[in-house]
Design a protein around this ligand. Structure first.
Ligand code: KDG
Ligand code: MG
Length: 403
């Protein structure tokens, strides 16, 4: 049985910040796990270095479940994004090690491929509706079967999900949080028009998604859902903040637009009420923020009982290690729905060489033993950490609003 002899935390910033845990065993096998929590990176780095790494040394790397329980129950302070991201990093690294020692890609350890690949959705965003449609066409030409549409809101200087200078959209960019302005009434006027034009220009064979990013009240979300119903959206994401989960009952009473929630969830307990009441259709929890492959399998199993499918978060603040783990997970579970795909920059891809690939709208994790992803530590060392924050959002009168 391989024993853990070393574990180290690597913070690197190839155009954006990533935290990685690398675990080493006495037989020389290594495994990597993503530990990135956008805007709060060093909290997880410190949690791992100070409180987790010392507890790993000497443990048997194959005992993934026992180590998971040890870190979860043993901490006493359960759940929370920092704890669950740290546990996720350990979990991913241990699955990577197990796969390498078995000589199998991780999805084979999880039961094998349940589909040919994982359908992924692309991001299409633009300041105007026309720019957004052009971006969606480019994504479809590249082979994507599903596209998330976000466009600028006339009358607002900047909008969530829309890149400011024509570059790709990368959440988190400032040394201190930047501030954006929000108007629900202006937003609610533009999105139905975006979807109307999208169906006219893109046809009906492509899946169209939209992220509300927690900004509406339940009744406003119900109304937007109704307005979009004729255009058959694949989902509306984060329609309203999910702390009060009863809110989703109210949305459900007003629209049949499918709902997706969960990118900020970190535990099965965040998902339980929404899933058991069938108030959502897609659960967006991710491997990196929700306790790793081990815990995500539990969430997926619960969701499967209620015909809720997965649709994991996959923005660029989740590292290629998380993307690899998400694809092994998604390939193997029965109720995979879709996976977000926002390609990383070339700098990031160079620091994290990986075996996963995209073809015809689907992604596959590849067949290298383990997760099929690594970190080039020398290159990582050349990209120094630089503090970055997510923006905050205010109404036009200055009221702080959900972002
Ligand atoms: O990709 C998405 O759906 C997002 O909402 C992106 C998030 O704002 C981002 O990942 C936060 O770190
Ligand atoms: Mg989102």
């Amino acid at each position: 049985m391989p024993k853990i002899v070393k574990a180290r935390v690597i913070v690197t910033s190839p155009r954006r910040n990533f935290v990685t845990l690398k675990i080493e065993c006495d037989d020389g096998t290594t495994g990597v796990g993503d530990a990135t929590l956008n805007g709060r990176e060093l909290a997880v780095a410190s949690y791992l270095a100070e409180h987790v790494v010392p507890c790993l040394i000497g443990r048997e790397a194959h005992q993934i479940e026992d180590i998971w329980q040890y870190l979860y129950k043993g901490a006493y302070w359960r759940r929370g994004p920092v704890t669950m991201t740290a546990i996720a990093a350990v979990d991913m690294a241990l699955w990577d090690i197990k796969g390498k020692i078995a000589g199998l890609p991780v999805y084979q350890l999880l039961g094998g491929a349940a589909r040919e690949g994982c359908m992924v959705y692309a991001h299409a965003n633009g300041t105007t509706i026309d720019d957004t449609i052009a971006a969606a066409k480019a994504a479809m030409d590249a082979g994507y079967l599903a596209v998330r549409l976000q466009c600028g809101v006339p009358g607002l200087p900047s909008t969530y999900g829309v890149a400011k200078h024509g570059e790709r959209y990368e959440p988190a960019d400032a040394d201190l949080p930047s501030e954006s302005v929000w108007s629900t009434s202006k937003y609610l006027r533009v999105v139905p028009e975006l979807f109307r034009v999208a169906r006219e220009e893109l046809g009906w064979d492509v899946h169209l998604l939209h992220d509300i990013h927690h900004r509406l009240t339940p009744i406003e979300a119900g109304r937007l859902g109704r307005d979009l119903e004729p255009y058959r959206p694949f989902w509306l994401e984060d329609a309203t903040p999910a702390e009060n989960q009863d809110a989703f009952r109210l949305i459900r009473q007003h629209t049949t637009a499918p709902l997706a929630v969960g990118e900020i969830f970190n535990s099965i307990w965040d998902c339980k009420t929404l899933i058991e009441n069938q108030w959502i259709d897609y659960i967006r929890a991710t491997v990196v923020h929700a306790g790793g492959i081990t815990h995500m399998r539990r969430i997926a199993a619960l969701a499967d009982l209620y015909q809720v499918r997965t649709g994991s978060h996959g923005a660029t603040d989740l590292s290629p290690i998380c993307m690899a783990a998400a694809l092994h997970f998604g390939l193997s579970i029965p109720n995979f729905g879709i996976q977000e795909h926002m390609p990383h920059t070339e700098e990031t891809d160079r620091v994290f060489p990986h075996a996963y690939s995209f073809a015809n709208g689907l992604m596959h994790p590849g067949d290298k033993p383990g997760l099929g992803v690594d970190i080039d530590e020398e290159l990582a060392g050349t990209h120094a950490y630089k503090r970055a924050f997510l923006p905050v959002n205010r109404l036009e009168d200055g009221t702080l609003w959900s972002w």
